[in-house]
Structures are given as C-alpha cells and as structure tokens.
Design a protein around this ligand. Structure first.
Ligand code: G6P
Ligand code: MG
Length: 221
C-alpha cells in the first residue's frame, strides 16, 4: 500500500451534514422537501449535479434557465461557506488525525479525492493541508463520481498504480468510483448503502493503519 486517497466531506470532517443543511434550506425556499434518504444520492456528486437532482425531485428542472440554476447553486454555496467559516482542527472526525500521521510516518502518500471545490480551503481550516501530497482538482475532471476518473487522477498525481492505493469514502457514488478505478474501497457508514466496498466500518475511529493494510493486502491477493 503506497498511497491512500481520501474523500473529504464525511471522512475527514463532518461537512457532509453542512452540505445537507444548506441544500435543505435552498430546497425549502423552492418548496422541495429533502430528507436524509434522498440526501444519500447527493453525497459525492458535484454542486451542479446535486441541484439538478433536487430540481428534478420537485419537478422544477424546466422552470429555470442555466443562469438561474447557476445563481441557485451559488446561493447554496454562500450558505455553506458561512457554515464552514468557523471550522478548525477540532472538527476533524475521530481517529483521522492519528491515522494521517501514522500513514505519513510509514511513508504512505496521501491524496485528496473530493468533488468539492471548497476542499483546499477546508483542509487548510482543519490544519491538514501540509500532510497531503496531492489534491485532485475536481474542476479539471471530465466526469465526477461515480466515474473512476477522480481516483485514477489521484493515483497518477502521486505516481503510483491504482493497485497500490486504497480509497476511503462515505458515499455510494464514491465507492463505485473507487471500485471502477480498480482500487480497494473502505467505506464509512451504513452497510446497506455502501455494501459495494471491500470493507464498511461504522465510524472513522475504526480507520487504522492495520485495517487499511489488511484490506489492501486482501485486495491484491
Ligand atoms: C462532495 C460532497 C457533496 C458536495 C460536492 C461539491 O462530493 O459530498 O455533498 O455537493 O462535494 O461540493 P462543493 O463544496 O464544491 O459545493
Ligand atoms: Mg463524502
């Protein structure tokens, strides 16, 4: 195992909930009610694609021009940016800091594979930016999760093969992306939504170097 590619929202920090709250607020303004089950579909996918799914849920896709949709996405992002303003190292999810430091100590490369354009800012707020060897820029990809490109690009940027990586995710689209890239996936969350991963754990606390190494070793046989 030469590298680990991390999703951000819901793995390094609990911004997955902030995204949900911000979308819920926009949805309410449009008369579209969002619940947690629906929100699972929004995890891992881009801002534009999320808005498209929300508008489709309310049967409002045809009601807005491209420019109006852009304004709605920006409105959501402004609410989200307010929510993340006060974030700091205290918002790193349990076990993550220890895991990152232990991986670094072992010489394992770390990459960020998040669809979020806010990724670099959040890493900085968490004080983790120096630990990461690379960040995939989601704006440069031709396809988002569940397409494998983001994880493939992460491996390329680190100069390792996909077989030498592990991917960590909390979204079904993300697990699919990792699997399609030919990497072993570890998911954090619910077995029913994330069962396609090689291993599912309930909490980030369970992500240890030993677990990652064992899952990787099993994946390469
Ligand atoms: C991640 C999150 C999504 C979010 C997307 C875009 O994939 O899981 O919930 O919509 O990033 O984030 P952004 O910060 O660019 O709006
Ligand atoms: Mg996520």
């Amino acid at each position: 195992m030469k590298a680990v590619l991390f999703d951000l929202d819901g793995i390094l920090t609990d911004t997955a909930d902030y995204h949900y709250q911000a979308w819920k607020k926009l949805g309410a303004e449009l008369g579209i009610e969002l619940d947690e089950a629906f929100n699972e579909q929004l995890k891992g996918i881009s801002r534009t694609e999320s808005l498209a799914l929300i508008l489709a849920k309310g049967g409002l896709e045809a009601q807005f021009t491209v420019a109006e949709k852009e304004a709605l996405a920006t409105k959501k992002n402004e609410v989200y940016k307010k929510m993340i303003e006060q974030m700091s190292a205290k918002d790193i999810l349990p076990g993550i800091k220890t895991l990152l430091y232990e991986l670094k100590e072992k010489g394992v490369l770390l990459g960020l594979a998040s669809a979020s354009q806010n990724g670099p800012v959040i890493l900085e707020k968490l004080g983790l930016e120096e630990l990461f060897d690379t960040i995939v820029d989601p704006a440069k990809l031709s396809a988002g999760k569940p397409h494998p490109e983001i994880f493939e690009t992460g491996a390329e940027q680190l100069n390792v093969s996909v077989q030498e990586c592990i991917g960590i995710e909390d979204a079904a689209a993300g697990v699919q992306s990792i699997n399609s890239a030919g990497m072993a996936a570890i998911a954090v969350g619910d077995e029913t939504t994330l069962g396609a991963a090689a291993k599912v754990v309930a909490s980030t606390n369970e992500l240890t170097v030993d677990l990652l190494t064992a899952v990787w070793a099993e994946s390469v046989g």
